[in-house]
Design a protein around this ligand. Structure first.
Ligand code: MAN
Length: 354
């Protein structure tokens, strides 16, 4: 089966070797899942940089932040009977979960959308405080008026939650703490108010009744959220049977709000699909794609830190109004790009009332 993504011939656009570690003693394991925005006539990525110490044969080691911003390295013998390590991304030790890497967010920019470099004078965004000791990940960027809203996954031993910071110049940031408490991630704020309210997609997780579904909330100020409703669930026996989560802010089209989302099945095979939400009332889901619009096919998507993954949380709408450039994490290790036609995605939607 093919998909409709037109991948860049230059993929992967960014690999771990392309940037320097944030801290002596750590190496970059993954460069992935960038938020995307336009600023000062350039395309910018806010890339997730996942780091850990060089791994030794007989142990697993990973960094965690202290509440004061220092770094602790935890090192565990691979033969320790209290270690469960069957997922490259997380381990369980003595009954507690840890991430195998520590992520921060880093800005990179480009004149052509393909060749990215780290601009001087912009800060790295690190986890801060007790709710981000395992790092911050997968940042979405929404621009409303002159303000950029950054929503990202804040991870700590207290859980996985959604943090928010805002900025107008990418040098000074206002922290708003956690806007959705644990367990929640994949939060994307709409780039326009609808009937005077802000809207945000988010993804609370459930282990028992319910599931990993996409929810929608609204807010009078973009900070305090309510009126939560579950709008997109997983589908049995399909590619998105186990989890779904929003990508970036939805794209405004004359048919409605088009949201590109990720879904995975029980084999952790991560693909992209799309849903269409009503222009005036985004709680109404009008249509959804049946097949993935993108799935892991290329070597750099199938093989890497965590293979068989395409995951997006950022895109740019090109001046022709139809082309979007989607930036995505491939195999949780590389940053790649692909173009899509919005019209083509819309043509693949199956309408609820059809
Ligand atoms: C989760 C998150 C993402 C990651 C995918 C695929 O959704 O950890 O950051 O890309 O899994 O591994």
């Amino acid at each position: 089966m093919k998909d409709i993504a037109k991948r860049f011939a230059q993929n992967p656009l960014l690999s771990p070797k392309d940037v320097k570690p944030s801290t002596q003693g750590l190496e970059i394991t993954c460069l992935l899942n960038p938020g995307v925005f336009r600023y000062q006539n350039k395309t910018w990525l806010i890339v997730r940089v996942a780091e850990r110490p060089e791994q030794k044969e007989e142990t697993i080691s990973f960094p965690v932040l202290t509440d004061e911003g220092g770094i602790n390295i935890i090192e565990i013998d691979k033969n320790d009977p209290e270690l469960v390590a069957d997922d490259a991304r997380v381990i369980n030790y003595k009954g507690s979960d840890y991430l195998t890497t520590l992520s921060h967010l880093r800005l990179m920019c480009s004149d052509d959308g393909i060749n990215f470099y780290e601009p001087e004078g912009y800060p790295l965004l690190m986890g801060e405080g007790p709710h981000e000791t395992f790092g911050i990940e997968d940042c979405r960027v929404a621009k409303i008026d002159d303000t950029y809203y950054l929503t990202f996954t804040s991870v700590s031993d207290m859980g996985v939650a959604v943090g928010m910071r805002t900025t107008t110049n990418w040098k000074n940031f206002t922290k708003h703490g956690l806007i959705f408490p644990a367990h929640n991630k994949d939060c994307a704020i709409f780039e326009e108010k609808i009937n005077g309210l802000y809207y945000a997609l988010h993804r609370p997780s459930s282990v028992d009744i319910g599931g990993n579904y996409i929810w929608l909330a609204s807010s009078p100020d973009g900070i305090h959220w309510g009126n939560h409703k579950c709008i997109v669930t997983t589908r049995k026996n399909m590619w998105d049977s186990k989890r779904v989560g929003a990508g970036a802010a939805p794209i405004k089209t004359d048919k409605g709000w088009l949201e590109i989302y990720h879904g995975a099945n029980q084999d952790h095979y991560y693909c992209l699909g799309a849903v269409l939400l009503d222009s005036n009332d985004p709680y109404k889901v009008i249509a959804r794609t049946q097949e993935p619009i993108m799935q892991p096919l290329e070597d750099y998507e199938l093989n890497g830190f965590f293979g068989k993954v395409v995951f997006t949380n950022g895109h740019i709408t090109e001046p022709d109004g139809d082309t979007i450039t989607v930036y995505y994490g491939a195999a949780d290790e590389f940053v790649c790009g692909a173009k899509f036609s919005v019209k083509e995605i819309l043509s693949l939607l199956k309408y609820n009332n059809a």
